[in-house]
Design a protein around this ligand. Sequence first.
Ligand code: NAD
Ligand code: ZN
Length: 249
Amino acid sequence: MERFLPVLSSAKNVVVLTGAGISAESGIPTFRGTDGLWSKLKPEELANFDAFLRNPELVSEWYKHRREVTRVAKPNAAHTALVEMEKLFSHFTLVTQNIDNLHRRAGSQNVAELHGNIERNYCLGCGKRYDGEDFDRNNSFQCPECGGLIRPDIVWFGEMLPSDQWRTAEVASSEAEVMYVVGTSAVVYPAAELPMTVKSHGGMIVEVNIEETPLSEFADLSIQGSASEVMTEVVEKIKEYRRVAKESK
Ligand code: NAD
Ligand code: ZN
């Protein structure tokens, strides 16, 4: 990492792409990890529009349960390090595949949520929004205004990504001198395309993951370790590098 510090410190455009791994240390299980949620339950069977239409009550219960899990979870040191990192760079975009709201709760500002956010819901009938904890207190998946079904504002299997969020991610990636890919197996398209966009114009990829991924061989720097430890260290090293550079001027 020392070798890359001059580039990491002087970059003007920085993008971070995060996945479920960054929230693992907050106690929110990943899907593909060894003890991932995937192996116990079958979210594919719940997280799609047909399943919702067939059994809105069951799918709504499942998301209510997931909101309970994410609400008791707290942002961890990796989320906090990214809040710090945002302050260090003039153009900083955080692109997340997570729906758990932890980046916003930690205090990150410029966040593109590619898969939506579990705290937001909307009515399929009239479009009325039902956001935050009040929604669960009312405990209904039916819109009191029109009787329509209220669905979570997240991207289900087979659905398109929200175009404004995707556009933000694409533009940021096309300008990024450095992209950190943190806690994602980098196999879910189209998010997995973003690192390729960065590479294609000569940007640098720094991967942070507890294990090797399909991206590892493309990454300029692949750091194996937990997101919280590694990202805390990265931010400290950049600050330290800048301080020393300033002093020696
Ligand atoms: P994934 O489950 O496919 O992969 C998680 C990755 O994180 C793995 O590569 C794993 O090695 C790595 N990892 C696990 N613990 C880590 C740690 N402490 N530090 C660093 N890396 C660690 O997750 P994904 O690639 O984000 O996959 C995709 C889909 O799952 C996304 O659509 C996402 O929305 C959804 N998902 C979201 C959440 C959430 O919002 N927290 C949770 C589970 C799944
Ligand atoms: Zn309605």
